[in-house]
Each structure stands twice: as C-alpha cells, then as structure tokens.
Design a protein around this ligand. Structure first.
Ligand code: ADP
Length: 601
C-alpha cells in the first residue's frame, strides 16, 4: 500500500502540475530566503527620459558614446554593454564610439544569437574589448515565462560564447574563464557549478529590485559616486525600445540589462544554487514513505495522527532546509509522497484494525460455540455418572447391578474425558498449537482399526462395509489423529446412510498422491451444502432430519488434521445417492510399500 502510494507520488513529480508547483515553491523560497549581499554592479539605463532628452532611438549610437564617456570618467571596475553593435550607423558616430571604447580599459561587448550564428559586434568596436563578446540570452521557463536560470554558455557550430554576466565577472577580476571538468566553470579560483550536459544553467539569485542601482544616462555625472569601483551594465530599459524583458520570481518585470546585472551579482558573490541530485530526491522521498509507514504501523490513534502531522510539516520544510544550503529540491515529490503515503498507511491501518477486530470477534463467537457444545455434550455422561453414583450410595445394590453401574460410570467418565480431549484438540488444532507426531505407519493399520470400531454401528443398521483393494499406502504423521479422521469419515458414512446399504473403502496411488476413500449410498448433499460441511457446527438439513445425533464439529477437525498433514479432503456427493469422502495425501516415495505399488501399475 505504502509502496504503491510512494510510486504514485514519485511518478506524479514528472507531471505538468507538479512542475508548476515546484516552480511556485522555488519562487516562494527565493524571495523569502534572500541573500544579504553588498552589490557590486550598477545598471546605467537608456530609459524613456534619455530618449526624450537625447533624440530617441535613431540617436542611440550617440547616446551610447556619451554615456560611456561619462561612465569612464566615473572610474567603474568594468563596463558591459547590452547593446549589440553589429551594424555600422554612420562613420562619424561610429568613429566617436570607437574613441570612447578605446578609453575604457575593462570593456565587454555583447553578441546576440541569430539564425545562422552569433551576431557579433563590429570588429572596429570589439578591438577595444577586454574579452570576447558575451551572449545576452535570457531563457524563460516554458511553463510560466519566469526567468529563473540563464545559460552561461551558448554554442553554435564552431563558436562558443559565455554569458555577458560571466564575461563581465572575468573582466572585472582580470581572470580568464576556464572549464573545470566535468561540470564546472572557473573564473580564477571561483568554481561555478554548471553542467555542460544541461546547457550550463545558472540560477539567478534575484535581489530585490532597488538593491542594484539603476542610473538613467542623464544622471550619470550626478551619480558618479555610485558607479565608482562597480561593474556597469549599460543597456536600453525604455519599454518602447528594449526587446528583452525578464519576469522574476518576485513577479516583477525587469529589463534584460537588469537581468544581466542580477546574474552578475550571483556570479560575483559565489553562492550558487544547484539542483538536488535525483538520488537525493529519491532517498528523501523514500524516507518520508518509510516514516509514514512506520508511524501507522507502530502507533495508532491521536499519537499517530500528531506524529504524521509533524511528518507532513517536515515534508514542507525539507525543501526550505535544502534551499538554505543552496540546493534546489523539487518540493512536490516529498510533499506528495508524504501525503499519499500517510493517507495510504492510515487507510490501511484503519482497515487492518477493522479486520483484526472482525477476526477476534468471530474467534470469540467460535470459542463460545465450542464451549456451548462441550457443556452440552458433557451433560449427558455427567448426568449418567451422577445418577449411577447416587444410586450406588443410597441403595444396597446386588453385586451384578453394582458392577453394571460401575462399568457405566467408568465408560461414561471415559466418554467425558474423550469429549474434553476433543474439545481441547479442536482448540489447539485451530490455534496451530498442537504438535503432530511424525511416525510412519501403514494406512492399512488405521483402516483395520476403524473397521473394527465401526462394525457394531454398521451391524445395527445392517450396512455392509467392504474394503475394495489391499490398502497399501503409508502415512507419515500422527497415527492417532489420522485414525480419528478416518474413523469420523467412516462413522459419518454409516450415520448418514439408510439401512441395508453398502459402504466401500478403497485406496489409490495417483500422480504422487495417496488417496483413501469412503463411498456410501447415503443421503448425500447438494453443492451448496458441500461448501459448508467443514465449517464448525454446520449440519445439513437432511442430516438433521435423519434423526442421527451429531454436532457438526467432526468434519472440521478432520479437515484440520488432514491439512496439518499437508493433505486435503475431496468430497463428491449427490443428494439421495450417496457421498464419497477421499483423504488425499502426498505419497511418500521413500516408502517401500508405495514404491512397490508404483512398480506394479
Ligand atoms: P456431525 O456428523 O456430528 O453432524 P460432521 O462434522 O461429522 O458432524 O459432519 C458435518 C455435516 O456434514 C453433517 O451434519 C452432515 O450434514 C454432513 N455429512 C458428513 N458426512 C456425510 C455423509 N457421509 N453423507 C451425507 N452427509 C454427510
């Protein structure tokens, strides 16, 4: 049950709603567990106001030159531009920009990804850059459009570009970017975990929007102090001109250049979030499944429910704990597994307890019935014993009468002892406590003994009993119990047959099975009755009507005895025609007599 719930919980983790929930949980966590950082970057924004004051988009190259000029004067640590300088505008403006770029010592330009490769800056501009251009791709999550990760590497055939933010970090630090196999990128002694197989993604640890200063171009000289020593990201933020917008986990929309600055802060502070490994997630889920199972296996009632509530709370808390250790654990899996397994285990416990209750109730009523039966059966011999002993005490009886009464007391107390023994045997057999002896004996022995015992009964009804073939099998087990079983079948055949009928006893060895059968020409049973005859205290209506005394307990004991010997009882019967009860037991091949029988056939 718990395993099934676990499997459902784990597999549900791949579904669309689960991924949405994981994204939602990630956003909640990343906005609640905020990094407490001093920022290292500023954004210089070519915003609406800049365009208004400086001639709009057609004048962009001029605006850029002017902005860079002023930025250079403010002495930044490095400058990264998020404007693709791939096309010439006019020679005058381009030359001006060239001159400005030359004056910036730590410069990174950007490139875009076009259908046929990278759209790189013009060579005349790139010539002054301190590193290769950085790509400016920001990837939205397919399900909800939020940009949580950016690819640090982009490869088109023959060319590779690092992200603008990564290049900005390398240039700021004056250190090269190298690959650190198998799954990392190194900038100086900083290792960034970013597996190549998944496109080297970097979780951006977004800072609240106002933490990275955004300085409009017209304000650069006024706010030069904020730029000093910082890495500047220059880009267009005006809604009318900027193509790239980023939706953050804060559910805010920011411009692409701000997104790059945010990624730069993550890289620069070196606190990277990584996805949890699949086996970690699996183990966490297994842990919750096992815990839920154990809670409901070992405890019940309120204590179980309280502990389980704590477990469910822990399932919610585990992703938080991982996040605090910079690991992104999908929240859905543990929560789903904990809930499903708790529900499964609680339901199972409920039904298990109910089943136990039912079983113990039926056991109690069975026991009560058995006591009833025993008390009822014991009354007859007890009355006889009491009566006889009273007569003996009260009257001076002749010797013959006295002997008769003594014999009666003796035989009735033996009967009483037998009843008590049977009662105890039934109980012990039922509880599986009775130890069977493991003796080897010939089937013929018990057949003979039973035939002798049943003869007076059969004679009284003028029923003939014939043993059809030589009974040539062997049993290994409890001789006394087997005799009890066979005797019961034989007495039933006599009891439930009309006078002057025949009973046949025969044995067969068939496909490794030894069969010992008693066939009568008695009252028989229909199929429905046949199903019930091994139940304790069950008697057929025909048996009741026959006037034969009975308790309906014998066959249940017989069945238990045979089952405990590893065998079964086959019954065929037809109402009014007769029945055939067959004891079927695995043949013992090492038995010489049986081997002999097999050889004969
Ligand atoms: P009892 O004979 O004391 O009633 P058993 O447990 O030996 O109890 O048998 C259960 C019932 O199975 C009997 O009451 C009778 O209805 C039916 N039964 C058993 N043996 C035969 C038989 N040989 N022919 C017809 N009915 C039988």
């Amino acid at each position: 049950m718990v395993a099934g719930c676990f499997a459902i919980g784990i597999s549900a983790g791949w579904t669309y709603p689960a991924k949405r929930i994981n994204n939602y949980a990630y956003d909640e966590l990343s906005t609640r567990v905020q990094p407490d950082w001093q920022t290292h970057s500023v954004v210089v924004a070519i915003d609406e106001r800049t365009f208004r004051e400086k001639g709009g988009m057609p004048n962009i190259r001029e605006i850029e030159s002017e902005a860079l000029d002023e930025i250079a004067l403010a002495k930044p640590a490095a400058v990264a531009t998020d404007i693709i300088l791939a096309d010439p505008v006019n020679p005058l403006q381009d030359t001006r920009l060239e001159a400005v770029l030359r004056s910036i010592p730590k410069l990174v330009l950007s490139c875009d990804i076009a259908a046929d490769g990278f759209e790189n800056p013009l060579k005349q501009f790139q010539a002054f850059a301190a590193a290769e251009p950085g790509h400016v791709e920001l990837v939205e999550n397919r399900l909800d459009g939020v940009t949580r990760q950016i690819p640090l590497e982009r490869i088109v055939p023959g060319e590779r570009r690092w992200a603008l933010s990564l290049q900005a970090l390398a240039v700021t630090r004056g250190q090269p970017i190298t690959e650190s196999p198998p799954d990392g990128i190194e900038v100086g002694n900083e290792t960034i975990p970013a597996p190549r197989s998944t496109g080297r993604p970097l979780y951006i640890r977004y800072l609240p929007q106002n933490m990275i200063p955004v300085i409009p171009v017209p304000d650069i000289s006024k706010r030069a102090a904020e730029i000093r020593g910082k890495t500047v990201f220059l880009g267009v933020t005006a809604l009318s001109a900027a193509r790239d917008r980023v939706v953050t986990p804060y559910n805010e929309t920011i411009s692409g250049v701000e997104g790059h600055a945010q990624a730069f802060e993550t890289l620069s502070h070196g606190e990277f979030l990584t996805d949890s490994r699949d086996d970690t997630l699996f183990l966490v889920c297994v842990g919750f499944a096992v815990a839920a199972g154990l809670i409901f296996r070992m405890l019940s009632g309120w204590l179980a429910y309280i502990l389980d509530a704590l477990l469910l709370a822990a399932a919610v808390y585990v992703p938080v704990l991982f996040f605090r250790h910079n690991v992104v654990l999908p929240a859905f899996g543990p929560i789903a597994v904990a809930w499903l397994c708790s529900a499964g285990a609680a339901t199972y416990q409920h039904f298990f307890v109910r089943r136990q209750l039912k079983r113990s109730e039926s056991e109690r009523s069975r026991y009560q019935q058995a006591i009833h039966w025993a008390a009822h059966e014991m009354r007859t011999p007890l009355t006889a014993i009491q009566g006889s002993s009273e007569i003996m005490a009260r009257y001076n009886l002749p010797d013959a009468k006295r002997t008769q009464l003594t014999e009666m007391i003796n035989s009735e107390s033996k009967r009483l002892a037998r009843i008590i023994q049977t009662f105890l045997d039934v109980e012990r057999l039922g509880a599986g406590e009775m130890e069977l002896k493991g003796e080897r004996f010939a089937a013929a022995e018990i057949v003979d003994a039973c035939m002798k015992r049943v003869a007076p009964l059969a004679d009284r009804k003028k029923i003939s009993i014939a043993v059809d073939n030589e009974i040539d099998g062997e049993f290994v087990g409890d001789r006394e119990l087997m005799e009890y079983a066979f005797y019961n079948l034989l007495t039933n055949a006599v009891k439930y047959s009309p006078a002057e009928t025949h009973i046949h006893v025969f044995s067969r060895l068939n496909e490794g099975e030894f069969r010992l059968a008693v066939r009568d020409q008695g009252i028989g049973m229909d199929a429905k009755e046949l199903k019930n005859i091994f139940k304790k205290f069950y008697r057929t209506r025909r048996a009741e009507a026959s006037g034969e005394a009975g308790t309906g307990i014998g066959l249940s004991i017989v069945e238990q005895i045979i089952t405990r010997h590893g065998g079964r009882i086959d019954v065929t019967s037809q109402p009014g025609k007769g029945s055939c009860f067959t004891i079927v037991i695995k043949a013992h091949h090492d038995s010489p007599s049986i081997r002999h029988q097999v050889a004969d056939r």
